[in-house]
Write a protein that binds this ligand. Structure first.
Ligand code: NDP
Length: 250
C-alpha cells in the first residue's frame, strides 16, 4: 500500500540517530524543518549564510528536550568556491563520518519580470544559488551519503517548476532544473540505496512568499510547521525504495 506523504504519521523518534543537513535552515521552511527533525531525534547540521540567524535556531534546538545538539555550517551559496565545499564536507566527515539526509531547501526568488526585461546578472545568480549550488553540495556529499545505510536527498521544487508561469523568470526555470537534477540523481542510483526526490512545499507563510505576493492575506497560508510530514517521510525509514518522484506538501 502506498503512503500519501502529506498525511504521513510518525513516532517521536522516527529520525533518531540520523545525520541530516538542511540548506537554508536559518529561516522559513528550512528553519521549521531543522527544529522538527531535531525534535524527532535527528542530529541536524544547520546550514546558512547568517551566523546570528543560525545561532538563534541552534539555541532553540538546544532547548528541545532530548534533541541532539545541532551543528552549524556557514556557507554563502552565492560566493562559495570549490575549496569552501571541500572544507565543509571534510568537517562533516571528521565529525560524523557519514550523512543520512541532505535537504536542498535554500533558494532565492530573483526578480518578477518578463523574459524580455529580466536582468542577466540576476538570472545567473538565481540559477547559481538554486541549481548549481545544489549540484555542488550533492556532488561533494555523495561520498558521505554513500557511507549511510539509508541515504535520502530531497530537492525543493515549486508549482512554477512544473508548469511555466509568466514573470517567474529564472526562479521558475531553476525549479524545472531542480526537478531534472533530482531525477538524474535518482536514475543514476536506481540500483543502489540512495533515494532522491522533490517536494513542492506549496504556498507557505515565509519571507519568500511575502516577497512574491506582498498583498495577499498571510493568515490564509499554511505555516512552515504545517507542511513538514512529506519531508519527515522522505528522510525516515518508511520511504526506503521511493525515488525519482516529486511530491506536493499540500
Ligand atoms: P525563505 O526565503 O524564508 O528562506 C530561504 C532560506 O534560504 C533562508 O534560510 C536563506 O538564508 C537561505 N538562503 C538564501 N540564499 C542563500 C545563500 N546565498 N546562501 C545560503 N543560504 C541562502 O524561503 P522559504 O522558506 O519560503 O523557501 C524554502 C524553499 O521552498 C525554497 O527552495 C523555495 O523556493 C521553496 N518554495 C517555497 C514556497 C513558499 O510559498 N514559501 C513555495 C514553493 C517553493 P537567509 O536567512 O540568510 O536569507
Amino acid at each position: 500500500m502506498s503512503i500519501d506523504p502529506r498525511s504521513y504519521t510518525y513516532g517521536d523518534d522516527v529520525l533518531k540517530g540520523r545525520i541530516i543537513l538542511v540548506s537554508g535552515s536559518s529561516d522559513g521552511i528550512g528553519k521549521a524543518l531543522a527544529r522538527h527533525a531535531a525534535s524527532l531525534g535527528a542530529q541536524v547540521i544547520l546550514h546558512g549564510r547568517s551566523v546570528p540567524k543560525l545561532e538563534k535556531i541552534y539555541d532553540a534546538i538546544e532547548k528541545i528536550d532530548g534533541a541532539p545538539r545541532p551543528s552549524i555550517a556557514v556557507m554563502d551559496l552565492e560566493s562559495a568556491n570549490a575549496e569552501s565545499y571541500t572544507t565543509l564536507a571534510q568537517s562533516i566527515e571528521s565529525e560524523f563520518g557519514r550523512l543520512d539526509g541532505l535537504v536542498h531547501n535554500a533558494s532565492i526568488l530573483g526578480e518578477r519580470y518578463s523574459i524580455e526585461q529580466y536582468d542577466a546578472v540576476v538570472w545567473q545568480k538565481v540559477m547559481h544559488v538554486n541549481v548549481t549550488a545544489a549540484f555542488a553540495l550533492t556532488q561533494v556529499f555523495l561520498p558521505l551519503l554513500n557511507q549511510s545505510e539509508d541515504p535520502s536527498v530531497i530537492f525543493t521544487s515549486s508549482g512554477v517548476g512544473r508548469t511555466g508561469k509568466a514573470f517567474w523568470g529564472a526562479y521558475a526555470v531553476s525549479k524545472f532544473a531542480t526537478e531534472g537534477l533530482s531525477q538524474v540523481l535518482a536514475d543514476e542510483h536506481r540500483h543502489g540505496k540512495l533515494r532522491s526526490n522533490c517536494i513542492n512545499p506549496g504556498a507557505t507563510r515565509t519571507n519568500m512568499r511575502l516577497a512574491a505576493y506582498p498583498a495577499e492575506d498571510r493568515d490564509q497560508l499554511k505555516r512552515p510547521e504545517d507542511i513538514l510530514a512529506p519531508y519527515i517521510y522522505l528522510l525516515g525509514p518508511d520511504s526506503r525504495g521511493v525515488t525519482g518522484e516529486s511530491f506536493d506538501a499540500q
